[in-house]
Design a protein around this ligand. Sequence first.
Ligand SMILES: C[S@@+](CC[C@H](N)C(=O)[O-])C[C@H]1O[C@@H](n2cnc3c(N)ncnc32)[C@H](O)[C@@H]1O
Length: 200
Amino acid sequence: MVRKHLVSPWLRPVPAHTAQAFAAVRDAVETSTKPLILDSCCGTGDSTRYLAYRFPDAQVIGIDKSAHRLQRYRDSNTHNCMVLQADVNDFWRLAVEYGWQPIRHYLLYPNPYPKASQLRKRWYGSPAFPSLLALGGVLTVRSNWPIYVEEFALALKIAGYAASRQTLVDAAGITAFETKYAERGHRLLEMVCDLQQPLP
Ligand SMILES: C[S@@+](CC[C@H](N)C(=O)[O-])C[C@H]1O[C@@H](n2cnc3c(N)ncnc32)[C@H](O)[C@@H]1O
């Protein structure tokens, strides 16, 4: 599936709502001199706010498709942080088309879609995977499901990238889901891949 997606461009038209969301931030991103950090599927945006504090010289954009989750976003009072509602399947493709080059990209606690029949819904099994790769930057994925992290790393290897994996011990959650599952005793796994450094 990964190999198929790597060679077949995804031709699904971009819906108007995501095109509008992209257009609304495009100027701000393209005129900014700050490096860009994307927090895709940011949920309530806790991690977006955290990243804005951690990287004060960057411009951090959180993206989620759920208006309900985004409504719970608490503004950060930082100048370098925003969240917006969009479907990243389409947002990523627009960002690639317009030459965005985030230095870091976070995918924290993505929906696991654990059934085998749902593989295409996981980001590495999705037709959006090539756009995620094309955006580049240092990609960080966190999950409590080991298979998700292992398969993500395998998909990256198929695409020509090396990823490191580690278990975060006693890490403070930076998202609502991380915090919720840490409280239930789940281990938090992290995968990091520098998409600027393809394997030789
Ligand atoms: C398990 S939640 C994790 C949210 C947050 N990162 C956290 O850890 O608290 C997964 C999030 O992905 C978002 N999501 C799923 N598919 C998406 C898509 N195609 N575009 C944008 N957001 C999406 C959902 O709305 C949801 O907020």
